[in-house]
Design a protein around this ligand. Structure first.
Ligand code: SF4
Ligand code: SF4
Ligand code: SF4
Ligand code: FES
Length: 948
């Protein structure tokens, strides 16, 4: 029988330093003060029977199964709610205790079906286990009394069901929703026999405030809350520890598997990033991996108007290699390039950039991080010396103030958002800088102390005015700055931000934020012991994205908020491996570990290891590739795991560039939007089908482990390797661990990373090397990586994208909890129950002025293009600002966004597009063309597959 390899200590660990020694059943044990008797016993391997207690939740003391005897005390206290005291003598097994426990258990069993053999929880149920432990098979009380038999089930949630008949009203689900997830969607309704679990105001789960994180299901000791997959498939037979392939939190999971089928994804209680928690995407939305839309046979076609032809791997790879060679022979070595994927593993990403540099012989490699966090890399490298966030997630539990800038963690980084909410509920203060009222501004038990609701595109102006207050009101930490920062840069920056033009009063016209709010927020941030900044794409995806990142680093240095727990500058990375794809040398100007290609020593090391001569000039960035394609000099592209035709801005420009190329090779799971322009399709493999590593937003490298064989026969790294060999450049890795060994040998920050160490430690935060053999949770301790921190002048330069009479509204974009990026994965799961289309959020005033009502179809026009979607009239956005998500290709959100970009990195300005919005009754011309093309390709594919 499959069993969970987990010993539940019953209550959370105490963090107190003082130690206490007690005697339990004649054995002495020393534990931290504040430890429960139950946990102390567990540390001796003595599991006291329990039902309402679990190690992830505070003790509650309701089931009375965990009673113990304590010398000198009357009665039988509950061991879960009783803390140890020095010298305490405890007995956990006596005849009297056994008798009391049997009585308690009999009462539970009297109102519980005894058909364990057919129950989905069989072998997985704590009630079943405890009944066996206390020796109860049936109840004396079960004859004829009232029971909850046949109570109506709630099966409304697509992923889990609630069966009240199996519920023992232990309240673990309610407490999990409160203490772990912080959504507080559940309550126990009624009293005594009538008590029952209720979602929100006794609504169905799907209609309630529940966000389907699964914490309640995980906490439930019976099968009352069960995954539908478990009910359908039965118990798993093995587990594989792996890492979520969605967002940059990088949650660890135990995939519970039956043969090669995932029965459930259980959040790993030992996972360093998630500590046993998960969100609806990683926990439940994995069905895309086996969706019938998966393309599992390689395909080629000469022209994009031809139907696809299924071919062998040999033919597809041979054809792709021949095309690349032909094009290079005709147009030159630099006429082709490659795109690495932030969804693929570090090892796969490293191989793609190696393929481009060593086999293509140029530096034309770029990655989707270009369009999200490239300003983070540039901005933090220049100010602090390292292109990555400074903390581990746990650090937020030491923050007194959290400043959240342009990030929406409850939707985009949900597990970290829950941790942040826990800290806020402990009393930390919250400052939100966002044009939109994100959920954290006001949610259950949380209200932001300041919401600086700035106009899109004015981050730098607002950051400068915050810095102005810090400097001019004498709040800067001058000792810290004197010891750790470049004096000259500090002096110049100090003088710059002190200029009257940067004061909150002068800037409020620009930002739209009242000066007194800015002053209050600045004082709060600068005067607490620990203040931490967390930021997202609302900072980077601007024409001044890099300037804003530098402004954030300036602010943190000026207030001494770097180099210890509870502080820092923390970019919340979007995709699962966006940190890793940057670390692995995916940018055209640098090798792994952020070393410039012009550095002769570094280049020589790669040349020696790879046996080739490498270019010393940076290659083309993604936007340059598009321009060169339209100019006719860039003719072929290898794209691994990236749907640029949907995700990149100004879709029509991207489509034109793709149409101008002679050979596009796509490696992906599905025939995505980019595949419409492709000539070779190589089946990709999902995270369940391969070994490797991902690196999350904390710089945490975690193992991805194979659960099932690749549906197409090859893991992504094997495909790249075979393509390199076809091109005449030999690659002969037998396992991704050998690729990691090469990464470690060539990359100082990864020098100490091995698969053996990852297996041993669970995960490692780079830098991991001789100085930090187990990794580095906090960066810049003692001194900055670059030596002295450097302040950069951050002059506010307004974006060219301004509201005009023709385009009077500013469009900004973002994500929603249940969908992920271009939606290729989540659209192929039950998550569409919650979000099946992108909508345009518009303020009631703007809607009324245009005669637009909720649900109306509206046309959104910018100077780049037009699209149509449904309106959502809401005060979440301020007047003059509209907002949408970009998860559905037919919405065409990026048809509207422009090709404005960050001055330093070309990261697109997704967050500011001047638009007009009008009520319409038909799709835009682009949407009509898109539908026709989609339909034509669908028919071609079905006819080739013999379906019509
Ligand atoms: S649903 Fe499960 S966790 Fe919730 S009260 Fe019932 S038995 Fe306890
Ligand atoms: S799934 Fe998560 S949000 Fe929903 S009720 Fe359970 S714990 Fe609460
Ligand atoms: S928070 Fe992110 S990494 Fe964690 S389960 Fe959700 S999507 Fe996956
Ligand atoms: S486990 Fe202690 S009272 Fe339930």
């Amino acid at each position: 029988m499959f069993a969970i390899d987990y010993t539940d200590p019953g209550t959370p660990a105490s963090k107190q330093a003082k130690q206490v020694t007690v005697e339990i059943d004649g054995r002495a044990v020393t534990v931290p003060q504040g430890t429960s008797v139950m946990r102390a016993a567990s540390s001796l391997g003595n599991q006291i029977p329990k039902l309402c207690a679990t190690g992830s939740l505070k003790a509650f003391g309701s089931c009375r199964l965990c009673l113990v005897e304590i010398e000198g005390r009357k009665g039988y206290p509950a061991s879960c709610t009783t803390e140890v005291a020095e010298g305490m003598k405890i007995r956990t097994r006596t005849e009297k205790l056994d008798q009391l426990r049997r009585g308690v258990m009999e009462l539970y069993v009297s109102d519980h079906p005894l058909d364990c053999d057919t129950c989905p929880g069989n072998g997985h149920c704590e009630l079943q286990d405890m009944a066996e432990v206390v020796g109860i098979k049936e109840s004396r009380y079960s004859m004829g009394g009232a029971t909850h038999a046949n109570a109506a089930k709630d099966v409304s949630n697509p992923y889990f069901a609630f069966d009240p008949e199996l519920c023992i009203v232990c309240s673990r689900c309610v407490r999990a929703c409160d203490e772990i997830q912080s959504t507080l969607a559940l309550t126990i309704d009624g009293r005594g026999f009538d008590s029952k679990v209720a979602a929100s105001q006794s609504e169905s789960f799907v209609d309630s405030e529940c966000v389907s994180c699964g914490a309640c299901v995980e906490a439930c000791p019976t099968a009352a809350l069960s995954e539908k997959s478990l009910i359908a498939l039965g118990q798993p037979t093995r587990t594989v520890t792996t890492t979520c392939a969605y967002c940059g939190v990088g949650c660890s999971f135990k995939a519970e598997v039956q043969n090669e089928q995932v029965v459930r994804m259980a959040p790993n209680r030992d996972g360093h990033a998630n500590q046993g928690h998960a969100c609806v995407k990683g926990r439940f939305a994995y069905g895309y991996a086996t969706h019938p839309d998966r393309i599992v046979k390689p395909m080629i076609r000469e022209k994009i108007t031809d139907p696809w032809r299924e071919v062998s791997w040999e033919e597809a790879l041979g054809y792709a290699a021949a095309q690349f060679k032909r094009i290079q022979a005709k147009y030159g070595r630099d006429s082709i390039g490659g795109i690495t994927s932030s969804r693929c593993t570090n090892e796969e990403t490293f191989l793609v950039q190696k393929l481009v540099r060593a086999a293509f012989g140029n530096n034309n490699v770029d990655t989707c991080a270009r369009v999200c966090h490239s300003p983070t890399g540039y901005g933090l490298k220049n100010t602090l010396g390292e292109s990555a966030g400074t903390q581990e997630f746990e650090s937020v539990m030491h923050a007194d103030v959290i400043m959240l800038i342009g990030a929406n963690p409850t939707d985009a980084h949900p597990v970290f958002a829950s941790q942040m909410k826990r800290r806020l509920r402990q009393g930390a203060k919250l400052i939100v800088l966002d044009p939109r009222e994100i959920a954290l501004v006001r949610t259950a038990h949380i209200e932001a102390d300041y919401h600086l609701q700035l106009r899109p595109g004015t981050n730098v102006a607002l950051l400068n005015s915050i810095a102005h207050v810090v400097v001019t009101e004498g709040l800067a930490k001058t000792d810290y700055i004197a010891g750790r920062c470049e004096e000259d840069s500090w002096r110049k920056w100090q003088a710059f931000v002190s200029e009257p033009k940067n004061s909150p009063e002068a800037m409020q016209e620009v930002t739209g934020v009242p000066a007194e709010l800015v002053r209050g927020a600045a004082r709060l941030y600068a005067t607490v012991p620990n203040a931490a900044i967390y930021y997202g794409l609302g900072v980077t995806e601007h024409s001044q994205g890099t300037t804003a990142v530098m402004g954030i680093a300036n602010l943190a240095m000026a207030t001494g908020n770097l180099g210890r727990e509870g502080v820092g500058v923390n970019p919340l990375r979007g995709q699962n491996n966006v940190q890793g794809s940057c670390d692995m040398g995916s940018f055209p100007h640098e090798f792994s570990g952020y070393r410039h290609v012009s550095d002769d020593t570094v280049r020589a090391a790669f040349e020696s290891a790879w046996g080739v001569t490498l270019q010393s000039e940076p290659g083309l960035r993604i936007p340059n590739m598009f321009e060169a394609a339209l100019d006719g000099t860039f003719r072929a592209l290898y794209i691994q795991g990236e749907d640029m035709a949907q995700s990149d801005p100004n879709t029509q420009h991207v489509q034109a560039a793709f149409s101008a190329m002679e050979c596009i090779v796509i490696q992906d799971l599905f025939l995505n939007e980019t595949a419409k322009y492709a000539h070779v399709f190589l089946p990709g493999s999902s995270f369940l089908e391969k070994d490797g590593t991902f690196t999350n937003a904390e710089r945490r490298v975690s193992r991805v482990r194979k659960v099932m064989e690749p549906l197409g026969g090859l893991a992504d790294w094997e495909v790249t390797q075979r393509l390199a060999n076809e091109l005449g450049y030999p690659m002969n890795y037998r396992h991704p661990s050998e690729i990691m060994d090469e990464i470690a040998a060539l990359t100082p920050t990864f020098a100490g990373v091995t698969y053996e160490k990852l297996d041993r430690l669970g995960s490692i935060q780079w830098p991991c090397n001789a100085e930090a053999p187990d990794g580095t949770p906090t960066m810049h301790v003692g001194q900055f990586v670059r030596g002295k921190g450097k302040f950069f002048r951050t002059e506010y330069v307004p974006t060219q994208e301004r509201a005009t009479s023709r385009f009077p509204l500013l469009l900004t974009t973002g994500r929603i909890l249940t969908q992920y990026n271009v939606g290729a994965q989540t659209r192929r799961t039950h998550n569409v129950v919650w979000h099946h289309e992108d909508r345009l959020e518009i303020h009631p005033h703007d809607a009324e002025a245009r005669g637009i009502a909720h649900d109306d179809w509206v046309g959104i026009a910018s100077r780049a293009g037009e699209t149509v979607m449904r309106a959502e009239v809401t005060e979440r956005v301020q007047p003059g600002v509209v907002y949408t998500t970009f998860h559905f290709p037919e919405s065409g959100a990026n048809v509207v966004t422009t090709d404005n970009s960050d001055w330093a990195t070309n990261c697109p300005e997704y967050k500011v597009t001047a638009v007009q919005v009008v009520k319409v009754n038909q799709p835009s011309q682009w949407q009509q063309r898109h539908r026709e093309l989609t339909e034509r390709q669908r028919i071609q594919r079905r006819s080739r597959a013999g379906h019509v």
